[in-house]
Design a protein. Structure first.
Length: 623
């Protein structure tokens, strides 16, 4: 039936009928649609109703998808700003219009096909790939669907798929288009080129004092200082307070004895591997069978193994390597598969796991005790600091009293200088910077809560406002900038002069020689540059901007001033490779399909019951 429909759709009678069908969809039910919209109908497309239940289910599904992308469920306001209700309504309208067209063509799906689709749905399969009734029931409950609604949705989906495949399933990229795209992508060119720099131009005059002063006056904004604020900062967190603790050795030993059964260390192995060719694989496998040491086999083969280090099994991302290495005895090796072929894996040493000694975990146990003490004292220390701040005691005194570190920085609006505070979270850096630039000099500032469990206090000591700088302050920087511009302009002038000489018919070798250079010959490269990177995309684009006799100039991505002349052009022949052609055909198919369904939806006309829609959205959000 699909083949017959496809053939009919391509014929003139079929096209005429399709045209009438679209016109019919556009007018179907429109005269009385307003009167027909009930309280449970959110919208109507032609003769198809979109119910409140359908909209709400699709709306919730879309919210869940957005939540997975942004990490939180959008609020009602967020959903509106993202256009989610409108997008859901348009998608439902599109499906409804296609359902109506499929019905007009008499398309349907058999019970046996629906059963097959149910069995093949991965959402309802167990670990062995077989249909699991319990999963089916659970998924339906989570989706808020009844069995009848599920099969109705699947039936509609299958009918839409039949319609789309019959109309667009055999869409192909024309051979001419495939050939042209292949030419664009795969044509290659070869160029002679040379690069100009400051050694190839005459010396540039040093700027005078007057020129420097004039330049600074014209570009003062580029040399203006930014506002900085000098602050002293004190942070109190569990880790900061723990760092002030000194734990006695007897306490560490007692804690170790109490908790050593919960401590463990993973077995670690020192691992080497070496990639083998076919002959070496045979030699290593024979050596393995004969008990020949790995070191002997490596030496005989003239190979140098790669040391991977001493690792625990959990440290190894390569599952095959981890399994092989931790299945070997000390000194053993195995031949396993690798990305580039076979490889030999060798274990040269084994560090046993189990319960660690006190010496191995002394720092860990001491830190644990210090953190425990700090957690118990944190709230009390915070209160004491607040009392001292209220008494206008300086941060230097407070830091010294509690053994905490004091940090000082000249902070700009970007806050990069707050890196003096170790492990300060990015979000905290932003908030602290904002607080510093809102503070008034000499005023007492409140504590800033930090991510996790901690606070930060700061004193604003001085403000250095943004200002224009004098020539004496920035003379070297201005002189360097002026010289760089002059050199750059001189190279650009030389580059343009070289191109003009090429325009006049002078050979590129003679032009290059006048700059004490020899032109280089590139390997053939495509429009996007050479694989080895010697010709980047900027130069390649310029080289492809003309015909086989094209010449010109470009500034490479590395900042080199290139002059070139095309010496050879190799045209790509035939169509695109099969995979690329198939991908483009699919893109074309998607584009045509998108335009088709939009036209069908627009012609069928979407009429929205705004009152019912608002009621559904209010019920869902509780507003």
């Amino acid at each position: 039936m699909l083949d017959s429909l496809r053939v009919f759709a391509k014929s003139w009678p079929g096209k005429i009928m399709g045209g009438f069908l679209l016109v019919g969809l556009a007018g179907f039910g429109i005269n009385n649609v307003i009167a027909d919209l009930g309280s449970n109908t959110v919208a109507k497309v032609g003769g198809e109703d979109i119910t409140s239940r359908q909209f709400l289910r699709a709306y919730q599904s879309q919210l869940n998808q957005v939540a997975q992308q942004i990490g939180s469920v959008p609020t009602a306001q967020d959903a509106m700003s993202l256009g989610i209700p409108s997008m859901v309504l348009q998608n439902l309208a599109q499906d409804a219009a296609l359902d109506q067209m499929a019905g007009d063509f008499g398309l349907g799906v058999s019970q046996s096909k629906l059963s097959e689709m149910l069995r093949e749905d991965p959402s309802f399969q167990n670990a062995l790939g077989a249909f699991n009734p319990a999963s089916f029931t659970q998924v339906l409950q989570m989706s808020g669907l009844t069995e009848a609604e599920y099969f109705e949705d699947k039936s509609d989906e299958a009918r839409r798929q039949q319609l789309i495949l019959s109309l667009f399933g055999d869409t192909q990229l024309p051979a001419t288009a495939s050939n042209l795209i292949n030419r664009y992508v795969a044509d290659q060119r070869t160029i002679e080129y040379f690069a100009l720099n400051e050694t190839n131009i005459d010396s540039v005059a040093e700027p005078t004092e007057g020129e420097l002063a004039a330049y600074l006056s014209e570009h003062q904004a580029e040399f203006r200082t930014v506002e900085t604020r000098n602050v002293q900062m004190l942070r109190l967190s569990t880790a900061d307070l723990a760092a002030t603790k000194t734990i006695a050795e007897d306490a560490i030993a007692a804690e170790y004895e109490r908790t050593k059964t919960t401590l463990s260390k993973a077995e670690r192995r020192t691992i080497q591997q070496v990639v083998l060719n076919a002959d070496q694989v045979a030699a290593f496998e024979a050596g393995l069978a004969a008990g020949t040491p790995f070191e002997t086999l490596v030496s005989d083969a003239g190979l140098t193994p790669t040391d991977l280090g001493t690792l625990a099994q959990a440290d190894i991302n390569d599952a095959s390597l981890a399994s092989a290495a931790f299945g070997l005895a000390d000194g053993g090796f195995a031949v396993i598969d690798g990305v580039a072929g076979k490889r030999a894996v060798h274990v040269s040493a084994v560090e046993a796991g189990g319960v660690p000694t006190l010496d191995e975990v002394r720092d860990q146990v001491a830190n644990s005790l210090a953190m425990s003490e700090a957690r118990n004292e944190l709230a009390d220390i915070q209160d004491q600091i607040e009392e001292l701040r209220a008494a206008f005691r300086p941060l230097t005194e407070i830091a010294q009293r509690f053994g905490l570190d004091l940090y000082e920085a000249d902070v700009t609006s970007g806050g990069a200088e707050l890196s003096v505070i170790p492990d300060l979270a990015a979000e905290d850096r932003t908030r602290v910077t904002q607080a510093i630039f809102k503070a008034e000099e000499g005023a007492l500032t409140a504590a800033l809560p930090l991510a996790g469990n901690g606070n930060l206090w700061f004193d604003l000591n001085a403000i250095e406002p943004a200002r224009d700088q004098t020539l004496d302050e920035v003379r070297d920087k201005v002189a360097e900038t002026v010289m760089a511009e002059r050199v750059n302009n001189a190279i650009m002038a030389a580059q343009q002069d070289a191109v003009t000489r090429l325009d006049n018919g002078e050979a590129i070798a003679d032009v290059a020689a006048s700059y004490n250079l020899f032109p280089q010959l590139s390997a053939p490269f495509a429009r996007f540059g050479s694989e080895d990177g010697t010709i980047d995309s900027a130069v390649a684009t310029a080289a492809f901007a003309g015909d086989a006799s094209h010449h010109g100039s470009a500034v490479s991505q590395a900042g080199e001033f290139i002059v070139f002349a095309v010496t050879d052009l190799t045209a790509a022949e035939g169509p695109l490779e099969e995979a690329a052609n198939a991908s483009l055909e699919n893109e074309a198919r998607v584009g045509i399909y998108g335009e088709f369904v939009t036209a069908v939806r627009d012609d069928a006309r979407l009429v929205v019951n705004q009152q019912a829609l608002q009621q559904v959205l209010q019920l869902d959000t509780g507003l």
